[in-house]
Design a protein around this ligand. Sequence first.
Ligand code: SAM
Ligand code: SF4
Length: 325
Amino acid sequence: MALIDSYGRKINYLRLSVTDRCNFRCIYCMPAGGVDKVDHHDILSYEELLLLARSVVPLGIEKIRVTGGEPLVRNGIIPFLSQLAKIPGLRQLVLTTNAYLLEEMAQQLRDAGVQRLNISLDSLREQRFSEITRGGDLRKVMAGIHAAEKVGFPIKINAVAMRGINEDEINDFAAITIDKPFAVRFIEYMPTTKEEGWQSRSISGEEILDRINARFSLQPVVRGEMAGPSRDYKIAGAAGTVGVITPVSGHFCSECNRIRVTSKGMAKNCLFSDKEVDLKPLLRAGDVAGLQEILRRIVIDKPGKHIIVEQASERKPFSMSKIGG
Ligand code: SAM
Ligand code: SF4
């Protein structure tokens, strides 16, 4: 079975948010005061999240990314991931994290069956890291990355490139891949929270690649079958790869293969669409057939492309932590 949208795209990837809480307050993701507390009852229980996953995999979802907020702050996450990993037909179970709790949890995540980690890291400088995350401790994050490496996780590092904030570290990040077999990817900054200075913050993927190419010579890497949205390159002789993810400047929508479900059970067929469908009533009624029908409809209605740049000035600010990135 496959989920195909009205533009012929095969939808086989679900981003599943398990919480909107976080132990960081990244400047581009959350307001300084954090997000409003959501009533516990409004957040999907692990049973509901598992029912959802068990309902979508037979429809053709092959990859689930668990995200948040920070997924590792939710109590009971490890047993939940073990259950998720056991769903027949699910080919990839991956997780996105800020790595703050990884030092303690890397081995448990590996044992639970998580196959790969995406780690968000926007600066290699302690003071700057603390400013971007509003209080995060870079040493603890680096210890977490080290622990993940030690237990054998393939690692992707995602850095949001921001003009005037961390643009001078682009080549430092790229240089990590010379010795480490990591995939380092730069994500284009998206104006979602509209924090002070957002208008001048964007750097395009092209500019990022030009800056790296000016220092290192980049060779394109052939895309794999389940490759994500990044365009990847290799510095000659490097152990890892370096890439760009360009949700703003393009190269993304025509290959988009994903749907999202927030921790409140709201399904979204595009990160930038205001439309959400509440899956909670069906999940709470245990109505698998109804759920599958709604999910098929959500896929059919998936827009061809977003207009985030055109709409940026009218759009109300929103926190990525509430959706899962
Ligand atoms: N807390 C986890 C983490 O940071 O990896 C998972 C959730 S976080 C919302 C998922 C991803 O969204 C992170 O890689 C983060 O950098 C990215 N993100 C959040 N806000 C963004 C923005 N305004 N522009 C670009 N990427 C953003
Ligand atoms: Fe938290 Fe991730 Fe958002 Fe940073 S990007 S505030 S770590 S949810």
